[in-house]
Structures are given as C-alpha cells and as structure tokens.
Ligand binder design. Structure first.
Ligand code: BGC
Length: 720
C-alpha cells in the first residue's frame, strides 16, 4: 500500500486483502458507510452499505445493524469475459481512497482477447445530502469490443446474523423493503444516466463509455419525503454533487485538522484517523451514536460502547460541538433502556447498555463469546458487571458541557441522567460497616480478562467522578436555573448523595506507588506475555473467561493506565511512571483501545520515545490492519474508531499537553524530538483557537476573540 499526502493507494489487486481493504478504503457520511470493495463484488467479498442507527433481528440470531441493498453493483462483460478482478486477467489495478474528500476510486486494466479494457470508477456518499450515493463508471478500450453492462441495486447482500429485509415491491427503479423485526420501511432509489438496467454497447478502439449512477437510500420517517429529496439530488450532475460534497469536507477539515511537520508518516496517520471519525459520526441526528466498528459492517452488532464517550467525544467536543451534543443527547434519549436494564438485574437507576442499540436496550448477551474448544457459548460478564459504562456516559455529557460551556442539556434530561446513573451505583454498592465505606464488588474493569473483581480502581474512580458530576451539576442548576433546581430536588431524594460521594472507596497507590488494578490482583501469577502465548493450545483462544490470562497478571488493555490517563492531573508524576512501568509488560494490548492511554500518560511524564511508539500504534491501527480479527470464533474485523479518537487524544492531550478546568484551558506541550511543529484547532467554550507548537514557542490565536476565555500556556495566563 502507498501513502500520499491525502490518499492511500493499493497499487495491485491482492485477493487475500479483500476483507482488510474493505475496511481500509471505507467511505461514509454519518448516515451510511460503504466498504472499500470493487463494483463487481458481492456478499462473499463482504460488500456492505451499513446504515447508522437502523437495527434488526432475524429469529433467534443476534440483533445487529442493517446492511442496505448494494447500490453500487455493476457487472460488465466484454465478449465472454466478465470484467471481475477476482476471475479475469488484469494487467494493472489500483484502488485509491482520497481522505480529504471521502472519494473512493479504482482503475483496472483487463486483458480481454488481446484488448486492454480499462475500467475506472469513482464514488462517494454525499456529505451534503446524507441519503445520496453517487458513482461514475467508465470503460475504455484499445480495440473494438462489445460490452454487456448490468447495473442494479443488489439485494443479495452480506449479513452476519441473517437476512433483515422483506422485499415489498419494486417498480420504476425504486425498491421498497421492510425490516423483519420492527417492519421499518426502507426505500432505495436508483437513477442511471447513460445506461439502463442492461446495456449492450459496442465500443470502438479509443472510445470511452461512461455512465453515472445515483442512488437514494431512506428509512423510517425519511421515507415520506424521499421521492422529493431524491428528485432534487438527481437535478444535479455528478460533478455538481461532488463539488458540494467536497465543500462540506473542506469546512470539516478547517475546524479539526492536525498538522505535524517533520514526520510524514505521523501526519498521514493522524489525518487518516480524523477522516474515519468525521466520516462515521452522526451529523444530523441524536438518535444514534458511533458503533465500535464505525460503519464498516455489523461487527459487534453495530452497537455503541463506552468507546464513544471515553475515546471519541473528546475530539468532537473540541472540534464540532453540535455533533458532540448529538452524541451526548443520544444517551439522554435512551435512558429508558438503561432503566430497564437496571431493573432486570435487580438495581435502581440507569445501568447503560454495554452494547447500545437505538432504544438503549443492551445488545450484549450473557454468553458473548464462543468457547473455541467446545463451540459452546461462554458465560461472559461484560453485560452485567462492566458497570463503569454508566459513569463513562456521564463523563461524555459532563465533559461536553465543560468544554463547550453549553450546559443546556442538563435541563433537557441531562441532570436526570446523571442522577439516575449515580443512583444505579448507589444501589449496586456494598456498604462495609467496619471500614465505614462503600465498595463496588462483582465488576469488570476495562481489562475484560479479569471478570467479577472487587474494587477495580478505574471503575471506583469513575463512580466517584459521577458523584462529583452530580454535585457540580446540581450546583450549576441552583445558580443558573433555580426553578428547575427546586423542582428537581422536590422530585428526587438527594439526601444520600453526599454520604456516598464522601465514603466511596477509591484504591490509592501503595507504598511502592502502584495502584492495585483490583482487590487481590497482586496475588495472581506473575508471568509474561510470551509465556502465556506459549501455553496456547489453539489459535485465537480466548484468554478471558476461564481462559489463560484470568489467573495471571496479564491484562487485555489499559486499565490502571486508563485511570491515570483520564485523571492525569490528579496523580504525581512518580505515580504515573511507577504504574506505567509496572503494568506495561503485563499488557497484551489485545484491544485497540489500549495503546492511547499508554501514549498519553508517557507523553505527560517525559517518556517521549514510548509516547511516540504508542501514538503510532493507535494512529495506524486501520492502516496496518494490525489488530485482532477473532475473539474466540467471532469475527471482529472492521475499523477502530476508538483508536482513531485515541490518536487525536494522544496528539493533543499527550504531546500538546492540553488539559482544562471549568474555567481555564492549559497547554503545556512536550513534542517528540523529531517533530518540528504541531498545529491543531480547539473549540474552547465557544471560541475557535489555533495552537501551533514548536521547540521554541507556543502560539495561540483565536478566530473571533471575545476576551472572555482563559488560556494558560506553560503556566502563563492569556485571555482570548
Ligand atoms: C474491548 C472493549 C471495547 C470493545 C469495543 C473490546 O474488545 O475490550 O473495551 O469497548 O472491544 O471496541
């Protein structure tokens, strides 16, 4: 694969890379994502147009996001030869993704009976009109040939857990479908300019045949206005649609680009990460969040995890407040599902889904991994014990408020959400009368290899965070919306909050400065990763459950380091260093969420080489494809938005040294030695700042200064 300034290119066709390149060359516009596959491919090559926020369940299979029929399907034959890279002779092939404007293209030269037949195709999912998918397809030849062109919306599509549609009707190039479980209408429009359904074309040597295909994909309420919406799009040419699409992308980059001078590889990797984040985030709705595998398919059931709040929302809160608000509002909108879950497991308040779908109900099952030896479902405790998710959801909302300075969501369900999450924890906690403290037992921290542990340090600290957030949110309400505050306090018992907040146990560093990941972690077998690997009997063996890692200190992903990352202003440098060095050798980084925490903490304590190593690991995850593809026997491939967010967090919070209090943004950078300059944008409490850092100075400028926001740079105070 070749990397340019704003593009990646696969310079030949590699059959064993079809699946990986499907994710690598993904295009998306927040409403839908289309995998980087060839136009002639079908379900076996994992072609997918994955839709955000639409879910379906077929029979007893897992509920998952829905893949729409494939709008870009094109089958061309020259004489008796099908122009398919999988079967025909090709003398040249290139696949390209332009990440500046989200454009996928391919160029293939087929050798057909002594003729060179060249296919070029360019496609995009409009950022301006979220329902519109556009393709321009061109065939040229150096000898006379006869082409047979078939283009259609292909309904024979890839699904992991069964078919999700009933076809209701098909007329005048419009396909009417309905999902199986909730009977949600889905409509796909197709208009082909230059070629209809099937076409015979005689092409003379040197001639070119081009057609343009526009499709409109609509579901749910949008179906009612779909005909009009599609008609409006078809009144524009491909080039006009492309132009408006590009201009939206230009304004996106204008607000979020990160520029690294002196390191082309890092420069591309961070932009590639931001390309993915911007492509897959819901821009126009607060009815869905960002799935753990973006819009690259149905892996992890298309569900949203804590990944969004802890890894992605920091980027959006500092670059696109409206979008970030949508993400925060999604959790407020789905609180009823969280309440149902709390009840189901015998608790009060709001216990958010580990894997959240559109209603907030949990798509995670109690048996979420298959035992690779027996093929039987394995009891996992992600759903019922990974309780930190409710605190992470609060973190997303509250940090959005602090960064944007917009607290309005508190009064449209946000305060209620924070209260219900804390109330859930209060109902979950165990009170120890002798030590007079609340503890959290039977939990799973970020490290999923150790289930049902007591007092996971990260979890307990996040619950304390939730208590502080409630306290501060109530104070804010008291000062800024007294009527709301008084009504809230009349309708809610807050008498227990102070006691819970003050007496909740949060594990502290021990005499060696190490924070024990959970009670009794130090008693587990002290082994190393190589030894553990040598004990594997089968490839892709699951190390959690009753597996290899559970009785050892080996952890799947950053856990105490996640604590030190999120609360990096709270711990002494010596504590961070001691824990970094202690836990790093035990960490498998078996999740793509792991590397950034190690990178951010390392950058903050002057371990620049290590910080750089982990920054590159997180920023290149979807370029190298160097991630786990299987969990037990479950396919978990696709893109990794949490790692994409992690790369921005490492660049800005780590190297840029950005942190904040309620009133002040602080910038105390420390760049990798070979970086000449790091420049990034920050939207801080409504003012857009550009920060530029080099070895000698830090420059901060504001687009429209108000003289009302506080920024400190290396401890010096400024107003913008
Ligand atoms: C990780 C979780 C993460 C999930 C989705 C799992 O492998 O352990 O922390 O939320 O993947 O990305």
């Amino acid at each position: 694969m070749n990397i340019g300034t704003w593009e990646i290119k696969e310079p030949k066709f590699l059959p064993d890379k079809v699946e990986q390149n499907g994710s690598r060359f993904l295009i998306a516009n927040g409403f839908m994502g289309y995998r980087g596959t060839m136009e002639e491919f079908g379900k076996n090559q994992l072609v997918a147009l994955n839709m955000a926020g639409l879910f379906d369940k077929n029979g007893d299979s897992w509920r998952e996001s829905v893949n729409a029929p494939n709008p870009f399907y094109v089958k061309v034959s020259a004489g008796n030869t099908e122009l398919n890279v999988l079967s025909a002779n090709i003398s040249n092939h290139e696949q390209t993704l332009n990440i500046k404007h989200g454009i996928h293209s391919r160029n293939t030269v087929f050798s057909v009976d002594g003729a060179n037949v060249t296919v070029t195709a360019e496609r995009f999912l409009s950022m301006k009109r979220e329902n519109i998918a556009a393709l321009k397809y061109t065939v040229s030849t150096n000898k006379d040939i006869c082409l047979n062109i078939e283009t259609k919306v292909d309904t024979d599509i890839w699904n992991i857990h069964g078919n999700h549609f009933t076809v209701k009707d098909q007329k005048d190039n419009v396909l009417y479908l309905e999902t199986i479980e909730n009977k949600i209408p889905v409509v796909v429009y197709e208009e082909v300019v230059g070629a209809t359904g099937k076409n015979e074309v005689s092409l003379k040597a040197g001639e070119t045949f081009t057609f343009v295909k526009l499709c409109g994909i609509y579901w749910g309420e949008k179906v009612a206005v779909s005909a009009e919406n599609f008609k409006e799009a078809t009144s524009l040419s491909f080039d006009e649609l492309l132009l408006e699409h590009k201009s939206v992308w230009d304004s996106i980059w204008n607000n979020c680009d990160v520029e690294i001078e002196g390191d082309d590889e890092a420069q591309f990797a961070i932009r590639y990460s931001l390309y993915h984040l911007n492509s897959i985030a819901p821009r126009n709705t607060n009815k869905c969040s960002i799935p753990a595998r973006g819009l690259s398919g149905q892996v992890y059931k298309g569900a949203a995890f804590w990944d969004t709040e802890m890894f992605m929302m920091p980027f959006f809160s500092f670059t696109n407040a409206d979008l970030c608000k949508n993400l925060a509002a999604y959790r407020i909108n789905t609180i009823e599902g969280a309440k149902r879950k709390a009840k189901e497991f015998g608790f009060e308040g709001a216990f958010y889904a580990w894997e959240s779908h559109e209603t907030g109900d949990d798509a995670c099952t109690l048996f979420n991994v298959n035992d690779i030896f027996t093929g039987r479902p394995l009891r996992t405790y992600f759903k019922d014990c990974q309780i930190h998710v409710s605190a992470d959801v609060v973190y997303g909302l509250w940090e959005y408020c602090r960064v944007s300075g917009d607290y309005s969501l508190l009064f449209s369900g946000g305060l209620e959400m924070i209260y219900q999450c804390l109330y859930f924890f209060y109902s979950y906690a165990v009170y120890k009368p002798l030590s007079k403290r609340f503890e959290l037992h039977n939990t799973v921290g970020p490290d999923e290899y150790h289930e049902r542990v007591n007092n996971n340090a990260f979890t307990n600290r996040m619950v304390k965070y939730t208590a502080d957030a409630l306290y501060n949110a109530l104070e804010y309400a008291k000062e800024n919306n007294t009527a709301y505050y008084e009504e809230f306090c009349t309708n809610h018992d807050v008498s227990w909050v102070e006691n819970f907040k003050e007496n909740l146990y949060v594990p502290a560093p021990n005499e060696n400065q190490i924070i024990e990941q959970f009670d009794r972690y130090f008693t587990l077998e002290d082994t190393d990763l190589d030894t553990l690997r040598s004990r594997e009997i089968m490839k892709n063996e699951y190390w959690g459950g009753h597996g290899l890692a559970s009785n050892t200190r080996i952890l799947k992903q950053a856990d105490v380091l996640m604590l030190l990352n999120v609360f990096r202003n709270e711990y002494e440098e010596s504590v961070k260093k001691a824990n970094w060095e202690f836990y790093e050798p035990y960490t498998e980084h078996g999740s793509s969420l792991s590397a950034c925490a190690y990178g951010i903490v390392a950058a903050g304590i002057g371990m620049a080489d290590w910080a750089y190593k982990y920054f590159m690991k997180t920023a290149t995850v979807d370029l190298t494809g160097d991630t786990k593809q299987y969990l037990g026997d479950m396919y978990i491939g696709g893109t990794h938005p949490a790692a994409n967010g992690g790369s921005w967090n490492t660049a800005v919070f780590g190297f840029g040294g950005v942190s904040y209090t309620d009133t002040t943004l602080d910038i105390s950078p420390s760049l990798p030695k070979h970086w000449k300059n790091l420049k990034f944008k920050l939207l801080w409490q409504g003012v857009r700042l550009t920060v530029s850092i080099n070895e000698n100075e830090v420059t901060v400028t504001a687009d429209k200064p108000t003289n009302a926001i506080n920024v400190t740079v290396n401890k010096k105070e400024y107003k913008f």
